[in-house]
Design a protein around this ligand. Structure first.
Ligand SMILES: *[C@@H]1O[C@H](CO)[C@@H](O)[C@H](O)[C@H]1NC(C)=O
Ligand SMILES: *[C@@H]1O[C@H](CO)[C@@H](O)[C@H](O)[C@H]1NC(C)=O
Ligand SMILES: *[C@@H]1O[C@H](CO)[C@@H](O)[C@H](O)[C@H]1NC(C)=O
Ligand SMILES: *[C@@H]1O[C@H](CO)[C@@H](O)[C@H](O)[C@H]1NC(C)=O
Ligand SMILES: *[C@@H]1O[C@H](CO)[C@@H](O)[C@H](O)[C@H]1NC(C)=O
Length: 245
């Protein structure tokens, strides 16, 4: 064997090692932070024990989690304090069945993110998570004056007392009253009128979720693959050369 052959063997082994190293899967990226946890936010703020209890018993907490994971419109939550619940007429909450409790909770949420300044340009009536905007559904009206924000349901006037949490996805505001929907207290629609379609209680369809984030990791592994293929080709050429000698 002459020196050229030795060099070829060395380079061949070297390149095989390189491709072996490059083929190893890269270290996994750190897991992205989970979706915002509304229960944790409210627990940290304290004085929302009753609202948390209702969120849990109606499984709305889980739906908020998946809603926030699959939306780009965000969510606004009006959280009444324990004091607000204590000020309800005795027996009010117990007079609601499970479906109404679920509607009550959804009535405290708007299916998009509102900052305080965005309330100033919101047009009444606002659609809540509980359903449509007619009086027989679940609308809310908002009035503002500067940074002061009031809410009326038709039977309750409430004031936004505090911003508990805000990012560009989720806003949680403290309110001083439980927002009772007019629908629970007005007589049912006259029989002659066409029955209003049942408000959709579920949160928005997951179909709107975008999968664009899924593409990101493909790039780097693509580059690795190209380099690896090139190195394999070179190694193969050296092997052929070596055999030829
Ligand atoms: C959200 O936070 C609450 C209270 O800290 C916790 O019990 C619950 O398991 C959390 N949920 C998720 C999905 O992490
Ligand atoms: C968030 O959504 C993605 C797909 O849109 C899904 O793969 C993932 O499991 C979801 N995470 C949670 C915590 O729901
Ligand atoms: C909100 O309600 C409070 C008390 O009911 C009232 O004093 C205030 O003027 C109202 N503000 C707006 C912007 O409607
Ligand atoms: C809410 O606002 C709309 C539009 O201004 C109005 O027609 C409706 O009567 C208001 N409802 C309440 C409860 O204030
Ligand atoms: C809510 O406020 C409106 C206008 O400010 C007033 O007419 C109405 O009586 C109030 N309702 C209650 C329940 O306080």
């Amino acid at each position: 064997m002459n020196q050229n052959t030795n060099l070829s063997v060395f380079l061949f082994v070297f390149l095989v090692q390189c491709t072996a190293i490059l083929s190893q899967s890269p270290a996994p990226a750190p897991a992205p932070p989970g979706p915002t946890n509304i229960t944790a936010i409210l627990e940290k703020a304290s004085q929302f024990t009753m609202f948390i209890r209702l969120l849990k018993s109606t499984q709305t907490d889980d739906r908020i989690t998946s809603e926030l994971n699959g939306t780009n419109q965000g969510l606004t939550v009006f959280a009444p304090t324990d004091n607000a619940f204590a000020n309800l007429k005795t027996g009010t909450l117990n007079s609601f069945d499970d479906e109404q409790k679920s509607e009550l909770i959804n009535f405290h949420m708007l299916p998009m993110f509102f900052s305080v300044s965005q309330f100033q340009t919101a047009s009444n009536p606002l659609r809540t998570q509980a359903g449509g905007t007619s009086d027989r559904e679940f609308p809310l009206n908002i009035t503002t004056s500067g940074n002061s924000v009031n809410i009326t349901t038709g039977i309750v006037n409430a004031t936004v007392a505090n911003t508990i949490y805000t990012d560009n996805q989720l806003a949680v505001y403290q309110v001083d009253k439980v927002l009772l929907p007019l629908k629970f207290f007005v007589p049912p629609a006259p029989a002659s009128a066409p029955a209003p379609s049942k408000p959709k209680k579920g949160l928005r369809s997951a179909a709107s979720s975008s999968g664009s984030d899924d593409d990101a990791p493909a790039d780097s592994s693509g580059v690795t693959c190209v380099i690896q293929k090139a190195l394999q080709a070179i190694a193969f050429a050296f092997a052929a050369f070596f055999l030829y000698l």
